[in-house]
Design a protein around this ligand. Structure first.
Ligand code: ADP
Ligand code: 5GP
Length: 207
C-alpha cells in the first residue's frame, strides 16, 4: 500500500508518521525531495533530500518524481525509484505529502494501491499552538502556514479516512487499526488462495 498522510502544517502528521514506523518497522517512508532549507535537527537523506531548485527541476524533467508540488513557495516531491523498490519487496510505504501530491498519486496508475488518510486538528487555536510549540519555524513562517491551513483543510473530503488528532496516542492507535484493517482486505491478500486450497486438501483427506 501507498499510505498517504496529509494535514495542515502542525496538525501532527510527522509525529504520527514516526509513531507508525515505530509500530511497524516494515513500513517504509518516502523521503521527499525539497528545495526548502533544513530545519535545526533535520538530517539530509533521512527527513528530506535537500536539493537546489535546479537539481529538482532536472529530476522532474527526467521523470524521476511520482508527484511534485509547490508548497509554501518551495518545491517538494516524492522520488519514484524507492517507491518501485518498496513495491517490488511487497513493503508498504508512507507518504507525508500535501493534497496536491495526494491527488497526483490517487490519479496515477498506483492510485488503486493507495490508502489516503487526512489528519484534522481539534481546533484552529490548537493548530496555531502546535506550530508555535514545535518551535522550529520563525514567526513569519508560522503565520504563512496558518494562512494556508484552510487551503489544505478544504481538501479533507478527498481522503478515504479522516481523523481528528486530539489525543496523540489515540490517533496513533486509530491509524494502526486502519492499516491493519486495510491489510486484511481480501484483495490485498493474494496468498489466501493457496491457503484455502491447502485447507480444502486437508478437509477432503480428513476422516
Ligand atoms: P506536521 O507534521 O503536521 O506539520 P508535527 O507532527 O510536526 O506536525 O506536529 C506539530 C507539533 O504538535 C509538534 O510539536 C508535535 O509534538 C505536536 N503534536 C502533534 N500531535 C499532537 C497532539 N495530539 N496533541 C498535542 N500536541 C501534538
Ligand atoms: P514541511 O516544510 O513542514 O516539512 O512540509 C510542508 C508541507 O509539504 C507539508 O504539508 C508536507 O506534507 C508537504 N510535503 C512534504 N513532502 C512532500 C512531497 O514530497 N510532495 C508533496 N506534494 N508535498 C510534500
Amino acid at each position: 500500500m501507498l499510505i498517504i498522510l496529509s494535514s495542515p502544517s502542525g496538525a501532527g502528521k510527522s509525529t504520527l508518521s514516526r509513531m507508525l514506523r515505530e509500530w511497524d518497522s516494515d513500513i517504509g517512508f518516502s523521503i521527499s525531495y525539497t528545495t526548502r532549507n533544513p530545519r535545526i535537527g533535520e538530517i539530509d537523506g533521512q527527513d528530506y533530500h535537500f536539493v537546489s531548485k535546479d537539481e529538482f527541476q532536472k529530476d522532474i524533467a527526467a521523470g524521476k518524481m511520482l508527484e511534485h508540488a509547490e508548497v509554501f513557495g518551495n518545491l517538494y516531491g516524492s522520488p519514484l525509484a524507492p517507491i518501485k523498490r518498496a513495491i517490488n519487496l511487497g513493503r508498504d510505504i508512507l507518504f507525508d505529502i500535501d493534497w496536491k501530491g495526494a491527488q497526483q498519486i490517487q490519479n496515477s496508475p498506483l492510485g488503486p494501491n493507495s490508502l489516503s488518510i487526512f489528519i484534522l486538528p481539534p481546533s484552529i487555536a490548537e493548530l496555531q499552538k502546535r506550530l508555535e510549540k514545535r518551535g522550529l519555524d520563525k514567526i513569519d513562517v508560522i503565520r504563512e502556514r496558518m494562512k494556508r491551513s484552510w487551503d489544505e483543510i478544504s481538501h479533507w473530503n478527498e481522503y478515504a479516512y479522516v481523523l481528528i488528532n486530539k489525543n496523540l496516542e489515540q490517533t496513533a492507535e486509530q491509524l494502526q487499526n486502519i492499516i491493519t484493517a486495510e491489510r486484511s482486505k481480501r484483495s490485498r491478500q493474494p496468498e489466501l488462495y493457496s491457503h484455502v486450497m491447502q485447507l480444502q486438501d486437508e478437509f477432503e483427506q480428513s476422516p
